[in-house]
Design a protein around this ligand. Structure first.
Ligand code: COA
Length: 335
C-alpha cells in the first residue's frame, strides 16, 4: 500500500470556532411538571440544570447554517472558498437527503459540497479527524466540520431516565492548512463496537424497522438507552483512549492544557478525569446549561471556552456514544 509521507504533509489547524443553541430553555423545573422527577435528582445524577429546545420548524441544518455563517464572518473569508462541510449528526433533518448539503445551500457556499457522518456522540471526533485528512493531503484548503443535533425530536418524555439528559444545539470549526508542524490535529485513537446497538438506539424509523402504528404506539421511534451499561463503557472508553493517545505521543498531563470531554453526564466526566489523574479545572464543561447534545457537545465547549484557549495549548478531545463509538483526539490549538 502506498503511504503518504507524514513529513511532506501540511497540518490541519483549527482557525475558527462557532456554536449555536436555540433560545428556548427546558429547565429541570419544567420537567418536574411533565414527569415524576425533581431538580435535586437530575442535578446530583447528571449535573444538568437545563437544556435547549429547537422550534418545530427548525432542525440540524438550521444550526449548521448559523454556525457556518458565523465562522465565515468571524474569519472574514469568501463563502465560495469553502470546499467541504462535514456534518456529524444522528438527528439529520431527514433520513434522505443529508443535512450537510442543505447547510451548504442555506449558508450560500457556492463551491462546496457536504456529507453527514453518523457516529452518535462521537460524531464530531470522527468528522474532525476525517476533515483533517482532506487538508493534510492537500486535496482541500478549507473544510468546515459541524456537530449538531435536534435530539428533543426523539425524546419520550414518559421515560424519565433518558429524556432528562438530552438537548438541542451544536457547533463547528474551520480547518485550514498550516506548515507549522507544531500545531493542529496531530493524532486520534478512534474505536467502534457494534455490540453497542442493543444498549443505545432509536429502534424504529430506519430501514430495518420502518415506522408503523404499532411501533409508534410502543414508543420505538424514541431514544432508548441502558444507562448503567453506557455509563461504565463511556468512562472506560474515554479514559483508555486518552491514555493511549497520550502514550503514543509521549505526553504527560503537563503537556495538556485542556481535556474537552463529550458532555454526557457530569459524573462520567468526573470519573474520566479522575482515572487519567487530570484536574477538573482544566476539563471543559457546560453540561449544566445544555445537557447532552450528542455530536454538538464538543464544539459547543470549544466555542464557549474560545477566549481561554491559547496558541500552542495541548488539547485532548474525548467522546463516547451510540454504536458504540468512542475515541480521543490530540491537537494543538492554533490561535
Ligand atoms: N427522576 C427521579 N428518579 C429517577 C429518574 C428521574 N429522572 N430516573 C430514574 N430515577 C430513579 C429510578 O427509577 C431508580 O429508582 P429505584 O431505585 O427506586 O428503582 C433510581 O432513580 C436509580 O435509577 P438508575 O437508572 O439506577 O439511575 P442511575 O444512577 O444509573 O442514573 C442515568 C441514570 C441515565 C442518569 C445514568 O445511568 C447515566 O447517565 N448513564 C449514561 C447515559 C448516557 O450518557 N447516555 C448518552 C451516551 S452518550
Amino acid at each position: 500500500m502506498p503511504r503518504f509521507n507524514e513529513d511532506l504533509m501540511t497540518k490541519a489547524i483549527i482557525t475558527a470556532v462557532s456554536g449555536y443553541v436555540p433560545d428556548e430553555i427546558l429547565s429541570n423545573a419544567d420537567l418536574e411538571k411533565m414527569m415524576d422527577t425533581n431538580d435535586e435528582w437530575i442535578q446530583s445524577r447528571t449535573g444538568i440544570r437545563e437544556r435547549r429546545v429547537m422550534p418545530d420548524d427548525r432542525a440540524v441544518s438550521y444550526i449548521g447554517a448559523q454556525v457556518v455563517k458565523d465562522i465565515i464572518e468571524k474569519r472574514n473569508i469568501d463563502p465560495s472558498s469553502i470546499d467541504l462541510v462535514i456534518c456529524a449528526t444522528c438527528t439529520a433533518d431527514y433520513i434522505l437527503p443529508d443535512s450537510a448539503n442543505t447547510i451548504c445551500y442555506m449558508a450560500g457556499l457556492s463551491k462546496a459540497y457536504g456529507f453527514d457522518l453518523n457516529a452518535a456522540c462521537s460524531g464530531f471526533l470522527y468528522a474532525l479527524f476525517t476533515g483533517a485528512q482532506f487538508i493534510k493531503t492537500g486535496v482541500y484548503k478549507r473544510v468546515i466540520v459541524i456537530g449538531a443535533e435536534k435530539l428533543t425530536s426523539y425524546m419520550n418524555y414518559e421515560d424519565r431516565t433518558t429524556s432528562i439528559i438530552f438537548g438541542d444545539g451544536g457547533g463547528g470549526v474551520l480547518l485550514e492548512a498550516s506548515e507549522d508542524e507544531q500545531l493542529g490535529i496531530i493524532d486520534a485513537v478512534l474505536r467502534g463496537d457494534g455490540e453497542g446497538k442493543d444498549f443505545l438506539r432509536i429502534n424504529a424509523g430506519g430501514s430495518l424497522k420502518p415506522l408503523n402504528q404499532e411501533r409508534m404506539d410502543g414508543r420505538e421511534h424514541y431514544v432508548y438507552q441502558d444507562g448503567k451499561k453506557i455509563f461504565k463503557r463511556a468512562v472506560n472508553g474515554m479514559a483508555t483512549t486518552i491514555k493511549e493517545v497520550m502514550a503514543r505521543n509521549h505526553l504527560t498531563n503537563d503537556d495538556i492544557r485542556w481535556i474537552v470531554p463529550h458532555q454526557a453526564n457530569l459524573r462520567i466526566i468526573n470519573s474520566v478525569a479522575s482515572l487519567v489523574d487530570f484536574p477538573m479545572e482544566r476539563v471543559m464543561t457546560n453540561i449544566d446549561r445544555f445537557g447532552n447534545t450528542s455530536a454538538g457537545t464538543i464544539p459547543l465547549c470549544l466555542w464557549e471556552y474560545e477566549d481561554q484557549l491559547k496558541k500552542g495549548d495541548g488539547v485532548i478531545l474525548t467522546a463516547f456514544g451510540g454504536g458504540f463509538t468512542w475515541g480521543s483526539l490530540y491537537l494543538k490549538w492554533a490561535y
